[in-house]
Design a protein around this ligand. Structure first.
Ligand code: ZN
Ligand code: FE
Length: 255
């Protein structure tokens, strides 16, 4: 049986995610921005939290861990990186590790760049990618701790996943990402279609996530830094993909 996934808001613009295995009753929270909304989401479904899968050490992704662990005695899984300060961790994971949530299998992909410890979790059977602050819809995370080639490599890892996988990202940044992306690619039909869809969703106060990875590959310019047409738009013909990506990221930072 397929996993059940719930999407809700935490803090201001973080997404909270629960993934539940009906067969065993296991439920994981992907990150824990704050405890309150996660507890409420669990109570709405009468689910008990068994696991927290942490993507990276930033406060808006781990702020609720201590309270949730205290309340549910759940297992806390976090990236393996000696430099991070994530507390209350039971299991450290690295690239290609597989974590069991009941009968669900989460595959770990190291996706550094935003932070050095950043990992993404892939549920292959459910075609679900939890990419936190590496890949956003029509954008990507800021490169705080890594460098542009590192972040570009991480995005390539995510782009390699099949088109019918769904992206669940860390923040509701889609509308502002679209505003920027249209300055680079005003004529991209996939981007324009996504812009209309997102305007409708936001008007109804609905989340813009999940979104199909196949759609992101067409509409998200940050996933196409190796496309000569994108380089040409930035007057960077012949530049390396990581350089084109860096230019995109810097323009977004200033936007
Ligand atoms: Zn972050
Ligand atoms: Fe974040």
């Amino acid at each position: 049986m397929a996993a059940e996934i719930r999407v809700f808001t935490c803090l201001t613009d973080n997404f909270g995610y629960l993934i539940h295995d009906d067969a065993t009753g296991a439920t994981a929270s992907i990150d824990a921005p704050e405890a309150g909304p996660i507890i409420k989401a669990l109570e709405r479904e009468s689910w008990t939290l068994t696991d927290i899968l942490i993507t990276h050490h930033h406060g808006d992704h781990v702020g609720g861990v201590a309270e949730l662990k205290q309340r549910y005695g759940c297992r806390v899984v976090a990236p393996h990186d000696k430099t991070t300060k994530i507390a209350n961790v039971d299991q450290r994971v690295a690239n290609a590790d597989v974590v069991k949530i009941g009968n669900l299998l989460a595959r770990v992909l190291e996706t550094p760049g935003h932070t050095l410890d950043h990992v993404s979790y892939v549920f292959d059977s459910d075609k679900a990618l939890f990419a936190a602050d590496t890949l956003f819809s029509i954008g990507c995370g800021r490169v705080f701790e890594g460098n542009y080639p590192m972040m570009w490599d991480s995005l390539l890892k995510l782009r390699a996943l099949p088109d019918d996988f769904k992206l669940y990202c860390g923040h509701e940044y889609t509308a502002s990402n679209i505003k920027f992306a249209l300055t680079v690619e005003p004529d991209n039909p996939a981007l324009k279609a996504r812009a209309e869809e997102v305007a409708r969703l936001r008007a109804d106060d609905k989340p813009t996530i999940p979104v199909l990875l196949g759609e992101e590959k067409k509409a998200n310019v940050f996933l196409r830094a190796d496309d000569p047409a994108v380089a040409a738009k930035l007057h960077m013909k012949g530049a390396k993909a990581a350089e084109v990506f860096g230019e995109l990221r810097e323009r977004k930072n200033k936007s």
